[in-house]
Design a protein around this ligand. Structure first.
Ligand code: ATP
Ligand code: MG
Length: 301
């Protein structure tokens, strides 16, 4: 009898969890949320399955998730097998023509299809796209700007076939969302001459979030969020503070495009931008449906 009662109370707890979600369900129903899934956080199979289930759940309760994925570790693994060295500047991969072919193969052929298949086997209906499909992502060559030595003129560095987004064709995304599909986007794009570019997925996510007037952009990575010089999590971060952290190199490598992507999404009118831990099970759900403020929220100002 006592056991029955305990079981019943467990169910009551479950119902309370659902009840807590109500305000968020009302807020986000029918709205678009852009989620960037970082390559570094999607190495383990359980994490990939958890992510696929979370995205499917969002869709089933009437939210429109759009997934953009990275694939850094997967690209580095294949390059290593082919005895090609991976080189980065400011968190961006230096991409010559040979590297570009491998980047495309891994992102479009492997990682994208793996995520699509995971979502589909967990009850969702995902459609994989590269930025070239339906001219989704038009891009131009990107140059890294580094503060020059002692002058205020930045040093401009050519890193090969790396692109920046110039426009997003939302027609194809709207078509998919109308059909209740979950778009899963691989971060490559091309220009009007058909030249292909490797684009950091954080930037693609920001451009898509802005163009789709998303309610939120959530970047899942392999850290708890943005860390300070002592390695402690910073829960909110403004542009002015971020600039100082970049200057002192506390924010570096792969975190550079991430913070910059958050600011460009905010500038484009996306109300909220978060960098959270993709290694924690259900982190995207926790971010969306609770008030607990996990990871780092990036704020204007
Ligand atoms: N201040 C910082 N706080 C947290 N991480 C930082 C910081 N500065 C640099 N980093 C690095 O940024 C990395 C995250 O970026 P990275 O590009 O490696 O992963 P990702 O973007 O999630 O994956 P992918 O590039 O495959 O999409 C962290 O693993 C960490 O090493
Ligand atoms: Mg990255």
């Amino acid at each position: 009898m006592q056991k029955d009662r305990e079981e019943l109370y467990k169910l009551v707890d479950k119902a309370e969890v659902l009840d807590e979600c109500l305000p968020y369900l009302r807020k986000f129903r029918g709205k678009t949320i852009v989620i960037k899934y970082g390559g570094s956080a999607m190495v383990k199979k359980e994490l990939k399955i958890g992510f696929a289930r979370d995205v499917t759940l969002l869709k089933h309760i009437g939210i429109n998730p759009i997934v953009i994925h990275g694939g850094g570790p997967q690209i580095s693994t294949l390059l290593k097998k082919m005895k090609i060295e991976s080189k980065f500047i400011e968190g961006m991969r230096i991409t010559d023509h040979e590297t570009l072919n491998i980047v495309q193969m891994v992102l479009v052929g492997q990682v994208n299809q793996e995520i699509v298949s995971m979502i589909n086997t967990h009850g969702g209906n995902a459609v994989g796209l590269s930025g070239k499909d339906g001219k989704l992502i038009l891009a131009k060559k990107f140059y890294v700007e580094k503060p020059g030595p002692a002058t205020d003129r930045p040093e401009i560095i050519d890193i090969g076939m790396v692109g920046q987004v110039t426009s997003v064709n939302i027609a194809i995304l709207e078509l998919l969302l109308r059909g209740e599909f979950i778009p899963v986007i691989a971060p490559v794009g091309h220009n009007k001459n058909g030249e292909t570019f490797n684009i950091n997925a954080d930037f693609v996510a920001a451009a898509v979030a802005g163009a789709m007037a998303a309610e939120k952009i959530v970047l899942l990575t392999d850290e708890v969020g943005v860390l300070d010089a002592k390695g402690a999590l910073i829960s909110t971060l403004k542009k002015s503070e971020t600039k100082k952290m970049i200057k002192s190199k506390v924010i570096a490598s792969g975190m550079l495009p991430k913070v910059s992507a958050c600011f460009s999404a905010l500038d484009a009118g996306v109300p909220k931008a978060h960098i959270i831990d993709g290694r924690m099970p259900h982190s995207a759900l926790l971010e969306i449906f609770t008030n607990r403020g996990i990871g780092t929220e990036i704020l204007q100002g």
